[in-house]
Ligand binder design. Structure first.
Ligand SMILES: [Zn+2]
Ligand SMILES: [Zn+2]
Length: 201
């Protein structure tokens, strides 16, 4: 146990911290700018903000589940086109301790953000609601990156973090056909992939 801990600490020294924090920096700036613009216009109530941020968190949770289950775990083709993130994620399963690409790359997450905001704007017809929905979505994304890091490289001892870490580690090392939710088990319950089946590896 002690050897594993020292090995992890040594490995963590090699982490490129700027690459690790880059998505947090970029999206904090974007979300802050959007919220400042809404606040300056003064058109939204606190209740509206809270309701749409919660809805944004839920859409993150569904997005995370659906992408993880049906895109990232798709059986890839040997030649030709593969779904975005598919091969990278399967590499993450093959070597979860790798320090390569610790976070989702900006060229992958920015198009998702743009499409999300566009759809939110079409559906709600409101710039304020779009901002709050996206704020919730981005918070969910931050939590996802934090938890995935904690699951494979982190040292957080908090009871809740330990729960999420165990959840994700079971997906990795017990059965990759269950526990697709990283930030919440909600959609694993909904789509019946929470219960642990027979060990597959
Ligand atoms: Zn996976
Ligand atoms: Zn992982």
């Amino acid at each position: 146990m002690e050897i594993a801990r020292i090995a992890r600490l040594e490995r963590n020294l090699q982490i490129d911290r700027f690459a690790l924090y880059r998505p947090f920096i970029v999206y904090t700036i974007i979300v802050t700018a959007m919220n400042t613009a809404v606040h300056t216009r003064g058109a939204a109530s606190l209740l509206q903000a809270a309701a749409f941020i919660t809805a944004g968190l839920l859409t993150w949770s569904l997005y995370e589940y659906a992408t993880h289950r049906w895109v990232l775990h798709h059986v890839p083709k040997r030649h030709g086109f593969n779904l975005p993130g598919n091969v990278t994620h399967l590499r993450h399963h093959a070597n979860p301790d790798s320090l390569d690409r610790l976070t989702v790359q900006l060229h992958e997450s920015l198009p998702v953000s743009i499409v999300y905001c566009f759809l939110a704007w079409i559906l709600t017809g409101s710039w304020e609601s779009t901002t709050f929905l996206y704020t919730g979505f981005a918070l969910g994304y931050f939590f996802y990156e934090y938890l995935d890091f904690q699951a494979h490289h982190g040292r957080a001892r908090n009871r809740w973090i330990r729960y999420f870490r165990k959840n994700h580690v079971l997906h990795h090392h017990y059965d990759a056909k269950v526990r697709f939710g990283v930030t919440s088990p909600l959609f694993d319950y909904v789509f019946r992939t929470y219960r642990l089946g027979k060990r597959t590896r």
